[in-house]
Design a protein around this ligand. Structure first.
Ligand code: NAD
Length: 285
């Protein structure tokens, strides 16, 4: 393992992924600063982390002492000047300019040695690197949803990334009891590239009146998929899934077969984003 000097991890974004990543990091013994611009998201993250850790205790996977120590490791803040540490794991909105602005502000607060990892699902690591102050400090660290459960972490080595940082992030994933896979920077990396047709073909079928949402999900789960595409999109968040589709489609030269689906855009326009808004393709209470 590389010499890991990481003590405090700044997790930016307290939504679906950021809260899960903060939980994973705090359970692995790191001090965590969870930062979000929206204070209500920080409150929600605190509640969902507590609930999730308690479920792990009920299943006998961790002890109550681990829960106490994990919870005491996390500091929640909406004040960026409190974000001081060795590593940032960024899980804010899927928008390049927002990510670049955040990284540059964090470099100003922490200096050039700060390592910055993006949890982006689809934005090119090289493209982000080209707009930040210290491009060699950026790496991709792509967790899957729900982060406390899913083992895989794609570690994306961009053309500017310092190889030592790639090694450190892969080691960190192991310390977090994850399975790191080092990937090249290409649209959707591995998982999101391969999974695109799973979502898009399902939506095109429904959009063209050839099947219902329930039918598609039932058929796919009956042949062994853990979740049908519509349930899975609701879990991911329709806004996030749509942004990923759009970026992968554009980066690959807009092939017709990967065109984002209108039924997904309609849901987003109505504010129906899936589990996080309690309504998407399905309703949740
Ligand atoms: N949802 C998934 O299944 C999934 C899986 C893997 C990776 N990702 C990636 O993780 C990232 C976050 O996705 P999510 O589903 O957690 O989104 P989300 O919508 O649940 O949460 C995003 C959070 O970021 C906050 N935010 C927005 N701009 C900010 C800024 N400038 N500074 C600080 N906080 C800011 C928002 O207030 C919100 O709380 C995206 O890049 C996405 O592509 C998502």
């Amino acid at each position: 393992m590389a010499n890991n000097t990481i003590k405090t991890i700044i997790v930016c974004g307290a939504g679906t992924m950021g809260s899960g990543i903060a939980q994973v990091a705090a359970t692995a013994g790191f001090k965590v600063i969870q930062f979000d611009l929206n204070e209500s998201m920080l409150v929600k993250a605190g509640q969902s982390i507590k609930k999730s850790l308690q479920k792990f205790v009920e299943k006998g996977k961790i002890s109550p002492e681990v829960v106490d120590s994990a919870l005491s490791n996390i500091h929640y803040t909406a004040d960026i000047t409190e974000c001081k540490g060795e590593l940032v794991i960024e899980a804010i909105i899927e928008n390049k300019d927002a990510k670049v602005g955040l990284f540059n502000q964090l470099f100003m607060n922490n200096g050039p040695q700060l390592m910055v990892a993006s949890n982006t699902s689809s934005i090119s690591i090289d493209l982000i690197a080209e707009s930040i102050t210290y491009p060699s400090q950026l790496v991709g660290m792509h967790f899957f949803n729900p982060a406390p459960m899913m083992k895989l972490v794609e570690v994306i080595k961009g053309k500017y990334t310092n190889p030592t940082i790639v090694e450190q992030i892969a080691d960190l994933a192991l310390i977090m009891q994850k399975t790191p896979v080092i990937c090249k920077d290409s649209p959707g990396f591995i998982v999101n590239r391969v999974a695109r047709p799973y979502y898009l073909e399902a939506m095109h079928l429904v959009q063209n009146g050839k099947a219902t949402i329930e039918q598609v999900d039932a058929v796919l789960t009956s042949i062994g998929f853990k979740m049908g595409p519509f349930k899975l999109m609701d879990l991911i968040g329709l806004d996030i899934n749509y942004s990923v589709s759009t970026i992968v489609w554009e980066d690959l030269g807009k092939p017709l077969r990967l065109k984002p689906a209108a039924i997904q855009k309609d849901k987003i326009d109505q504010g129906l984003l899936g589990v996080k808004t309690k309504k998407g393709f399905y309703q949740y209470d």
